[in-house]
Ligand binder design. Structure first.
Ligand code: NAP
Length: 248
């Protein structure tokens, strides 16, 4: 695929998991990719090396997106690297915590909303000046936003907020030629869903899915790369379920 040739992309949380897979898929499609990380500098640099070895262009960019000024700092860094033209933003970085309603703390709740909702919102705000006509934003929602799966109510609420933001952003930014969508993965084999390493966890995941295998990060990354590309030029304002037919 070369349908992102000449485009610039920022993928947050690209040091591992779904973000890393999206960064690799966008690079394969021809984009220059900024591989964002927070704690995983070495992993992000490894992804950059992998992209460069395959002939692509990539840079690692670090920022903690749990802080109020994190999105602004990241946007400044992106501006320094790509100049006035960013074509693709994948706001993927996220945190989850499986915890009952009774045991959820205010700190848990605030951290989930800071990383999963506040950061994407203000990253979009700060990057708008360099998001050109024809650019595409992809946010990452979750199966948890539409179905009760595990003790995830606060996390699920952050993803419900993403589904809402997508509609409002798409309406507001459409006249500028900017598309915005979300993908909603089900259970994906990453550090976040480490419960899939146990037999019970694997059985749970397969039990809620129509397709009977565990999802790999590139099952999601490929759909993100499609939504980011011009092939999805008439798709905006939607949350696309990418979950092997979970909880149908
Ligand atoms: P993961 O493997 O745990 O990776 C999380 C990524 O987010 C890492 O790159 C991490 O960066 C970054 N991150 C975490 N806290 C951050 C912070 N404070 N500031 C900046 N970056 C931060 O998770 P994943 O499974 O790939 O999840 C990616 C997205 O998919 C998330 O939005 C998640 O909610 C969503 N999702 C996942 C699943 C699933 O089953 N895995 C299902 C539905 C939705 P560092 O490692 O560099 O710190």
């Amino acid at each position: 695929m070369t349908n992102c040739n000449g485009k610039t992309a920022l993928v947050t949380g690209a040091s591992r998991g779904i973000g890393r897979a999206a960064a690799l898929a966008l690079s394969e499609a021809g984009a220059q990719v900024l591989v964002h990380y927070s704690q995983g500098k070495a992993e992000a640099e490894a992804a950059v090396r992998q992209i460069r070895t395959a002939g692509g262009r990539a840079e690692a960019v670090g920022a903690d997106l749990s802080t109020a000024d994190g999105p602004g700092r990241l946007a400044e860094r992106v501006h320094e690297i790509v100049g006035e033209r960013l074509d693709i933003l994948v706001a993927n970085a996220g945190v989850a915590k499986a915890v009952s309603i009774e045991e959820t703390t205010v700190e848990d709740f605030d951290r989930l909303f800071a990383v999963n909702v506040r950061a994407p919102f203000f990253l979009v705000q700060h990057l708008l000046p360099i998001l050109q006509e024809g650019s595409s934003i992809v946010l990452v929602s979750s199966l948890a936003a539409r179905a009760s799966v595990g003790t995830l109510s606060a996390y699920a609420a952050t993803k419900g907020a993403i589904d809402t933001l997508v509609k409002h952003f798409a309406s507001a930014l459409g006249p500028r030629g900017i598309r915005i969508n979300a993908v909603a993965p089900g259970v994906v084999r990453t550090d976040m869903s480490s419960f899939t390493k146990t037999d019970a966890g694997r059985d749970f995941a397969l039990g809620i899915q129509s397709l009977k295998r565990l999802a790999e990060p590139d099952d999601i990354g490929d759909v993100i790369a499609f939504l980011a590309s011009d092939r999805a030029r008439w798709v905006t304002g939607g949350t696309i379920q990418v979950d092997g037919g979970s909880k149908l």
